[in-house]
Design a protein around this ligand. Structure first.
Ligand code: BES
Ligand code: MN
Ligand code: ZN
Length: 500
């Protein structure tokens, strides 16, 4: 799908040749003497349309308009969020056969935020998953023209939005693939393919290397599966070497049966989405390769299946994580934190400016926040503020949850340094408290995307979240922030020594 900008308001919209012209009508709409305005004013006068949220009217071969279809949508004040939901509501018109070229314009001012919202919404509304269908009919729309008040001012926003779409769609693709088409090996291959993009490198570790690192918690989860685990290290080098990177850690459970603590059958298929954290890291790198910002980013993906088997880890087993801390695995279904804790320890060697992990971690987070906002935890207020702001700016929302030490009480056990589960109460928070035990050496945040990474029901599918949030967060970073003094860097050999 190709996006272009055009200097164009409602007055010139009639000349925008397209199969479908979408006009977002502000509440304050005042008709002028042009073809499109006259049509809208006529529809309002006849009571067939109101410039309000959720209102839409489609016309075929409208008089005086070059486009063969005209779709008018109410957008209230035309804010980014309103633009987005107006277009989202028109998905069926956008997916209609014969609509290949789309033009969009607003009856009032349209700037960078409107452009970003429209690009995201058009991509979302026209997305089609095809990989495992035998007669694949992909997206029909191939060209979109956005009419804006000031083309130069909107250019940067368009580039950001288009790169975000590419990242979101890569994350959706890998999220949506069934587990037999997205094994740890295949996910690692997808990561390696990203190294074709500028400034990106990828290294993939297998079981032997992971054992050598001492990632006992990660290995415990993988040991019940016939599929080999992979540990993926992606690097994006956009700034000089001495600039501390941000590390993203994505949970890559390619299928979560629960293991010996097996899950009930209903909806278990949705546990193919348990690698959406990993997919979001792939998506972010896809977009970084496009935008080439002057920052350094590391992506870490521990990926494996969680299966029940004769060799599977059993409730009560105690394992030693790469950090040296021992863990009693009381519930094999709390596996995400086990693969993430070793990846967090591995992150120390990069002396990061911050580490953000992204995980479909707890059903409790779905209960707490539903599908609207991702759960966000942060060890510093500054990092929490940056992530919150990035969520608002990209309309990929999150909400901070607490990390009081009292929440870690339930992780105490007589048989190891910690258990992998506490009681049912505050499950999203106790999971975060578990992870926090591996993050003493850097500012850290955790995004629990269990409720936001995919949709269930008729619209079942990956959302590509939180790629937009993560990109907005990374791009808002001051480029060229110097690395903290050598102290952090020295942690790397120490960690390796311990593991050996
Ligand atoms: N992948 C699941 C979390 C999940 C469950 C996400 C349902 C979305 C929908 C995770 O591995 C898990 O099973 N978590 C357990 C933790 C519990 C055993 C402490 C959960 O949330 O039930
Ligand atoms: Mn689980
Ligand atoms: Zn899981």
């Amino acid at each position: 799908m190709n996006f272009e900008l055009a200097q164009c308001g409602i007055g010139d919209a009639a000349d925008l040749g397209a199969d479908l012209l979408v006009v977002l009508v502000h509440r304050e709409f005042k008709a002028r003497n042009d073809a499109v305005s006259r049509l809208i004013a006529g529809a309002i006068k006849a009571g067939d349309f109101e410039p309000k949220a959720g209102k839409a009217l489609q016309m075929y071969r409208p008089a005086g308009v070059t486009a063969s279809r005209l779709l008018v949508l109410g957008c209230e004040e035309g804010l980014a969020r309103q633009t987005r939901s107006a277009i989202a509501g028109a998905a069926s018109a956008l997916k209609a056969s014969g609509v290949r070229r789309v033009a969009v314009c607003w009856t009032g001012d349209a700037g960078p935020e409107q452009v970003q919202a429209a690009v995201a919404a058009l991509a979302e509304a026209s997305y089609v998953y095809t990989t495992t269908k035998s007669k694949a009919e992909g997206r029909l729309i191939d060209r979109v023209v956005l009419g804006v008040t000031d083309v130069a001012a909107a250019r940067g926003a368009l580039d950001h939005a288009v790169a975000t779409v590419k990242g979101v769609e890569l994350a959706k693709e890998w999220g949506n693939r069934p587990a037999n088409h997205a094994t740890p090996t295949m996910i690692a291959r997808a990561a390696s393919a990203l190294a074709k993009l500028p400034r990106i490198r990828c290294e993939v570790l297998g079981p032997r290397q992971v054992a050598k690192l001492g990632m006992g918690a990660f290995m415990a989860v993988a040991q019940g599966s016939e599929e080999e685990l992979r540990f993926i290290v992606l690097r994006y080098d956009g700034a000089p070497k001495d600039v501390a990177p941000t590390v993203l850690v994505g949970k890559g459970i390619s299928f979560d049966t629960g293991g010996i603590s097996i899950k009930p059958a209903p909806e278990m298929d949705e546990m193919k989405f348990d690698m959406c954290g990993a997919a979001s890291v792939l998506g972010v790198f896809r977009a970084l390769g496009e935008l080439k910002p002057a920052i350094n980013v590391v992506g870490l993906i521990p990926t494996c299946e969680n299966m029940p088997d004769g060799r599977a880890v059993k409730p009560g087993d105690v394992v030693t994580s790469m950090s040296g801390q021992t863990i009693e695995i009381l519930n094999t279904d709390a596996e995400g934190r086990l693969i993430l804790c070793d990846a967090l320890t591995y992150a120390e060697r990069f002396a990061p400016r911050a580490v953000v992990d992204i995980a479909t971690l707890t059903g409790a987070c779905v209960i707490a926040l539903g599908g609207v906002r991702s759960g966000m935890f942060a060890s510093t207020d500054a990092l929490a503020a940056e992530l919150h702001a990035a969520g608002e700016a990209s309309q990929d929302l999150c909400w901070r949850l607490p990390l009081d030490d009292e929440y870690a009480e339930g992780l105490k056990t007589n048989f190891a340094d910690m258990a992998n589960v506490a009681g049912r109460a505050g499950g999203a928070i106790t999971a975060a408290k578990f992870l926090q035990k591996y993050t003493a050496k850097f500012p850290w945040a955790h995004l629990d995307i269990a409720g936001t990474a995919w949709k269930s029901g008729a619209a079942k599918g990956a959302t590509g979240r939180p790629v937009p949030l993560l990109l907005a967060y990374l791009l808002a970073q001051p480029s060229g922030t110097a690395a903290p003094a050598a102290a952090g860097r020295k942690a790397a050999p120490a960690a390796r020594r311990k593991a050996a």
